[in-house]
Design a protein around this ligand. Structure first.
Ligand code: FS2
Ligand code: SF4
Length: 428
């Protein structure tokens, strides 16, 4: 534990073995965990509020959750597990709210092929998660000759009809959040960061980078109230990009309605033994060497499997051509991390179609986590009683031995090991 939130703290520095107030280390870890989940929920709620959506029940939960971690309020090691599961349910509600906000504003996503690479002309790369900031920028750059490119978690924007209609939403540059320094140095155009996962910039592109919304970086100009004039002026000042000759493509934009419209066909293929198993492989990407696991894992999956994916973890394998099973693509990108709600809706629909409990479905979940939104999603899946999930690339640092024991005993949560070994276990 590490707690230094009150004046009683040990030696005026921090309580690290047990709280001077009597707080047990596992309670302290579970309080930290709750705060991480609350941060994740807040991120999704923030993006919903950007589009004018909010929810009193979620707000009230956030207040209660924060308050319960204040000094001398709650010392119960079971109550914090209940709160974490409740937070998981609140996160489901929040992701649903954000999905509604996205669909009401931009329409239901449709499967879309996105070109990866530069087109000729001036441009702006937009990174982060905010569809609202991207939309405002698309409106303000219409007929200016500026091409807009997505990066990282904004790739799924291309699937929404309300954003796709802008012809200057050209394509994607780069991949996951951590390739920013490389991608932003390579393409010498203006840059906009719209949410978390913005990295401290290199000096060489600081003066052509801007942030908006919650994102702020030292030495980088901040855009107030979606007035992108300085960013647009900078984009027009900078030299144009040259057309890249060889471009690859990513396919994104599979919404719940697209998948559910195929449910009869999917049922038939499962009953005929042509689809053997479903996998949900998704979450955050990170530069850890262990994250190579996910590509190897997906590449080894048998041909009769369908892989649902989401969030930036998909960049580990979304350039692979996995083909289709009688017209059903084997690799299905559901969108951003918050589109875990789409995966949940699909899993719930599969359980109805096959008349099975969720944990009886021919489905395995393999998650990658990096930041606190992934922690919120993990607790959402636990709140739905998903058992036997694999998580990686490493175990969350907040999980001490007591918490790990609980997660293993109650939910059979496993740490990823070797792709072949895990796959054999899952297919058994
Ligand atoms: Fe990835 Fe970063 Fe989306 Fe996370 S771009 S790790 O924020 O939530 O996913
Ligand atoms: Fe230490 Fe308890 Fe104060 Fe935290 S709240 S600093 S554990 S005495």
């Amino acid at each position: 534990m590490f707690c230094y939130q009150c004046s009683q703290t040990a030696k005026g520095k921090a309580c690290t073995i047990r709280g001077v107030c009597g707080k047990e280390p596992t309670v302290a870890r579970l309080q930290d965990n709750l705060l991480f989940v609350i941060k994740g929920i807040s991120a999704y709620l923030y993006h919903a509020r950007e589009l004018g959506y909010s929810d009193n029940e979620i707000d009230a939960f956030l207040e209660r959750g924060f308050y319960s971690t204040l000094t001398n309020v709650n010392f119960d090691s079971e109550e914090f597990i209940k709160l974490a599961l409740e937070a998981g349910k609140m996160n489901i509600k929040t992701m649903k709210l954000l999905k509604r906000a996205h669909i009401d504003n931009y329409g239901e996503p449709k499967p879309t092929k996105v070109e990866v690479g530069a087109s000729s002309g001036p441009g702006i790369i937009v990174t982060g998660h905010s569809l609202k900031a991207l939309e405002e920028l698309l409106k303000q750059t219409k007929n200016t000759g500026i091409n807009i490119y997505t990066h990282s978690e904004l790739l799924p924007a291309h699937g929404y009809p309300g954003l796709k209609k802008y012809e200057h939403l050209k394509g994607q540059l780069g991949g996951p959040w951590f390739d920013q320094k490389e991608t932003f140095s390579k393409y010498q155009i203006a840059i906009l960061g719209t949410s978390n996962c913005v990295l401290l910039p290199k000096d060489e592109y600081k003066d052509r980078m801007f942030t908006s919304g919650v994102a702020k970086l030292p030495g980088v100009e901040y855009i107030e109230d979606y007035d992108f004039t300085p960013l647009i002026d900078k984009a027009l000042e900078l030299p144009s990009l040259k057309e890249e000759e060889e471009k690859k493509t990513f396919t994104t934009g599979f919404g719940a309605s697209t998948i559910l419209s195929l449910s009869n066909k999917i049922k038939e293929l499962v009953e005929d033994g042509k689809i053997g198993r479903f996998f949900l492989v998704g979450g955050c990407d990170s530069p850890l060497p262990q994250a190579k696991y996910y590509r190897e894992f997906v590449s080894k999956l048998p041909d009769d499997t369908i892989i649902l994916t989401l969030a930036c973890g998909k960049y580990r394998f979304n350039d692979m051509n996995l083909g289709d099973i009688e017209g059903i693509p084997r690799l299905i990108d559901l969108g951003q991390c918050n589109d875990a709600i789409v995966a949940i809706e699909i899993v719930e629909a599969l359980s109805k179609i096959f008349n099975m409990e969720i944990d009886e479905l021919p489905l395995n979940i393999v998650l990658s986590w990096m930041e606190q939104k992934a922690t919120a999603i993990l607790w959402s899946l636990l709140a739905l009683n998903m058992k036997g999930m694999y998580v990686g690339p490493i175990l969350p640092g907040w999980a001490n031995d007591d918490i790990k024991k609980f997660l293993v005993e109650k939910y059979d949560l496993k740490l990823i090991s070797k792709p072949e070994k895990d796959m054999r276990e899952m297919l058994r």
